[in-house]
Design a binder for this molecule. Sequence first.
Ligand code: KDG
Length: 335
Amino acid sequence: MKTVAKMTLTTILAAGLGMPALADISTRTITLSNGVAETHPVGNGVAAMSACIQEKSGGAWTVNAFWSSALGDDLTATQALRSGTQEMVITSSSPLVGIEPALGVFDLPFLFANAEEADAILDGGFGDFMNEKLEAAGLVNLAYWENGFRNLTNSVRPVQSLEDFAGLRVRVMQNNIFLDTFQALGTNATPMAFGEVFTALETRAIDAQENPYVTIDTSKFYEVQGYLSATQHAYTPFLALFSGPIFNSYSDVEQQMLRDCAAVGRDEQRSVSRALSGVSLANVQAAGMQFSEISTAEMERIREAVQGVYAKHAPTIGTDVVERMQSELNTLRGN
Ligand code: KDG
């Protein structure tokens, strides 16, 4: 009798202290995968999220993280979530447009002007709107983390003007919007999973790729790329996705714990990503990359060259989705 009373008291105390009732938390191991290296800011986010889960579950939960595409690329891992054979993946939105075409809105070139806009859109009503679509596809997006603003690297020449893109064999994510964007810039664009990029660059099977500075640094692309250009041509979010079938088998307490801790991970990951961006830029230059900024006039020409991608892909993305995004951005900008 005394033991039961004590446990009940523990549960009441836990609830009072904002801790989940441990009685509603089972012992579980969460398998999480990602395509970047653990040294990437995603590693910081996963560590913060895991510590939060450990604390809130009273040690009943364990997160096993796998890095550098060890469990397959973003799309393969995401399909494993939908079939309920893996719990979690931190993935770019871009390779998932075959599952949910509306995600393509985030791939439209030069969509966001800065990270503040991206956070406001992703963490607000638009993010919820997209999350409902993902849930219909068997995926629970616990939070939006940051991949970041993407920049071109290559092994052929400095890229400082629209003409400098001509003929470069550029790897892009498996996504027709990125494919069309880089073809509109005059390159020879090739879709490829992230895990294959380093070797393809090293063997000169391709000339170029595009990613945020922290990815270029932590994936050591500076070892196989001589030139970096500050194109900032797109902002990619990371999705902290959980398997819908598995999530739905959890208690309400467990589900809320996951959402809360993924948000803790998000805040840490974004903070480190933004703090590290300048450090990574300095690192890759110290490693020998020639860095090119692009003049305002040339950036205007580059923006103009890719503008047609919006009209071409709006029907596939969903004109309602694109119009809602543009309306919310106009409101944020005071237009
Ligand atoms: O899991 C994340 C990575 O696999 C990848 O999405 C990173 O931006 C990326 C890319 O270029 O594929």
